[in-house]
Design a protein around this ligand. Structure first.
Ligand SMILES: [Zn+2]
Ligand SMILES: [Zn+2]
Length: 324
């Protein structure tokens, strides 16, 4: 099969011919129809995340059809494969509903080969059925941007006013979910990013502005999707007493020191790590009921490096999706 593989952090992916992998017990072989490009893939390729094994096939927003193996899904069934690819099932986290924190966890497209290829293997217990209403490419961003975004959203609580810092793939999905649930959404982009602000407004945001601006009203909660630690004190300054600031990314630059007054008033800062299968099932129910329009830009699989570059340079509206 054809695959885009990373041989060392910091290098470009190489287009290669490799054998189609064979499914082991409990695994399904999936013919990939689409694979989303996530910011985490950039952190893997750039070496910000250091546990990868090389050569590695990145990609953890896989939509495809079961070609062989497993018993949970019929042959030909459409499935989605997310970031969480395997957990031990026995540790204190796995046995308390927090498998996202399992120390032995394996991750698709990072410690397991992912979906930047014509075929991928997955543990069938960690795959999801996908709502019918979404096409293959449209569904791909739901699998991480949507799903881990939704875990961040759940941690943001029930408040009426929600700030989203960094308006990319995750925020454009979450803004639509939040609006459908009757919340007010305030989008923060890079200060000069007019296109990003207009994109946020088209996705239903009530207001869009630069991350250096104060929102027109205080926020109950903020979610930071941009990997910039400097946004943490800025978001704390924008939330009310009792408000929450949720950091939704896997990697962030250092958080600058800030006066305790910004945290005072029972404001909270919370990180979000990975996902549980229960998060995935909950989000797929929301996605089935809510008509989310995922904005995608398709790239041929062999242009994975170009797709990553477009994401790195902030040139994308919505999500890049690789199509074999
Ligand atoms: Zn475990
Ligand atoms: Zn991701």
């Amino acid at each position: 099969m054809f695959a885009m593989r990373l041989h060392a952090p910091g290098e470009a992916l190489r287009a290669e011919r490799v054998p189609v992998p064979e499914p082991g017990p409990g695994q399904v072989l999936i013919k990939v129809a689409a694979c989303g490009v996530c910011r985490t893939d950039l952190h893997v390729v750039d070496g910000d995340l250091t546990e990868g094994r090389y050569p590695l096939v990145p990609g953890h927003e896989i939509v495809g059809r079961v070609a062989a193996g497993g018993t949970r899904f019929a042959a030909g069934a459409r499935v989605g494969v997310p970031w969480l690819g395997w957990t031990c099932g026995e540790c204190e986290y796995c046995t308390s509903g927090r498998e996202n924190l399992c120390a032995e966890a394996r991750f698709t497209g990072y410690t397991l080969d992912g979906g930047y290829a014509e075929y991928a293997l997955a543990d069938e217990r960690f795959c999801f059925a996908l709502p019918q209403r979404y096409g293959d490419a449209e569904a791909a961003p739901l699998l991480c941007a949507g799903l881990i975004g939704y875990r961040s959203y759940a941690f943001a609580g029930e408040g009426r006013t929600l700030g989203l810092y960094g308006f990319g793939a995750a925020a454009h999905i979450l803004a639509q979910v939040a609006k459908a649930q009757g919340r007010k959404v305030f989008a923060f982009t890079r200060p000069e990013d007019r296109n990003g602000m207009e994109f946020a407004l088209r996705c239903g945001a009530n207001w869009a502005g630069g991350s250096d601006q104060a929102p027109p009203e205080p926020l109950d909660a903020a979610i930071i999707f941009a990997p910039a630690g400097a946004l943490v004190p800025q978001a704390l300054a924008a939330v009310k007493k009792g408000g929450r600031v949720v950091c939704g990314g896997i990697h962030m630059s250092d958080i600058p020191s800030f006066p305790y007054a910004l945290l005072w008033g029972e404001r909270r800062v919370q990180s979000v790590a990975n996902l549980t299968r229960a998060d995935g099932e909950a989000f797929m129910r929301v996605a089935a009921e809510t008509p989310i329009r995922t904005q995608t830009k398709a790239f041929p699989l062999e242009q994975a490096n170009e797709a990553l570059a477009a994401l790195r340079e902030g040139k994308l509206e919505g999500a890049a999706v690789l199509v074999p």
